[in-house]
Design a protein around this ligand. Sequence first.
Ligand code: C2O
Ligand code: CU
Ligand code: CU
Length: 528
Amino acid sequence: MQRRHFLKLTAALSAAGALPLWSRSLMAASRPLLPVPSLLTPDANGQYTLTAMQGTSQWNGKAVPTWGYNGNLLGPAIRLQSGKPATVNIHNRLNEATTLHWHGLEIPGAVDGGPQASIAAGDTRQVSFTPDQPAATCWYHPHLHGKTGHQVAQGLAGLILLEDNEIGKLRLPTQWGADDVPLIFQDKQLTQDGSRIDYQLDVMRAAVGWFGDMMLTNGVQYPQQAVPRGWLRLRLLNGCNARSLDIAASDRRPLYVIASDGGLLAEPVRLESLPMLPGERFEVMIDTGDGKAFDLVTLPVGQMGMTLAPFDQPLPLVQILPLRVMASGTLPDRLATLPPLPKTEGLTSRWLQLMMDPQLDQQGMQALMQRYGDKAMGKGGHPTMPMAHDKPVVSHDQPMDHSMHGMAQPAGYDFRSGNKINGQAFNMTQPSFAVKLDETEQWTISGEGDAMLHPFHIHGTQFRILSENGKPPAPHRQGWKDMVNVDGWRSEVLVRFSYVAAAEHAYMAHCHLLEHEDTGMMLGFTVS
Ligand code: C2O
Ligand code: CU
Ligand code: CU
């Protein structure tokens, strides 16, 4: 009976794109409804189509030019089945080249959509692959070198829902847009007159990233979403260029994290707030059984540049309004069996030293201070004025070239290659190393010596975190991940690649603070 009610509700929600009349009184007329990305269905030939195009979005009563896939902003959610081949036709109807990268999917380098897979304006590229990994919420976005930040800021991003047989056995909520709700969080900066997205890649943004004062959930400011009463499943993506978030319920009801970037955790992890790096996904379950309305909010974070109003207070992202109908999904005690971590003895190990030119660091900080004052500096303080970090003492048990940090910059300095890994800004034609297929390696990613947050991402793999900034990973970060936090210290991950990536289509490893990536903090590597 409850189930029948619920199905009716779902039908009403999706048919009308709005709520049934009886529940409308619950909703504030002034608050926009949460737009739920449509599910992309294959055409008669079983193929998917994604078209990058220009459009407009309404913000603060103005029509703002934006970009989207198959629409004005963002893109549809593409649902893939693990083990089932997928073919996607990618059309580029923009006036500039783009690429489309499948963030989180373990697929061959040739179809991964990295910076080398450029699609010229007006062109089409067809990719086919068969995902073979556990169910997960991933995402797709452009990856054109030097332009990724701009193209994502313009609106290009969408979700990938990867399903498998195992997840179907759990009775998790699966009614798309009803009790299984995707939430893409992004901040944006508009020009002063509100008529355009104000994207800049200058020395300040190259140092701290592009950030804005307008917070959007699925492209809308502080929308509302009606949900059935009971267990609500939220698929969260931090789709910001540079901003880390800290997600909580306004009444501090607990969030039960059930999945990280690469799929289900072993068991739900109860949290009061969930920090999210740009690029990260988490799935959380929330009990709405008390029928009370609440907001999801982002709490203040200490990241440099991200401490300014309105982010200096809990900022509402979306209002959740439980209806009288009951939900049918449940929160299981056990979710998945994660393989035990392999022994690290004898593994090939690599050291990736993230670094910023001192000149970029200095000029970037100066620009940030001049524009916003002290308030913008965040918890790290000025890197040239050392702060007392509660970080472990540096032990030089690994190769690290400190001379690079203090090196004077040559004349004609260009911030577009001011961010580096192991002393090199990204080189499209020169992969940095070669990895053997199906062999586990231990990678240490170090941000020692700078006060920046580096949300680090690796293509072609879902990895496990061994340590994060000198500490064991938090329980909800112990499952499959493709992002790791590097924040003034070093983090260790265990990676393994099951597909080939040749030099022409190398896999990327990079900081997912998109302006760091676009200005060089990325390397390519091959797998064979
Ligand atoms: Cu989400 Cu290489 O990117
Ligand atoms: Cu990726
Ligand atoms: Cu970075």
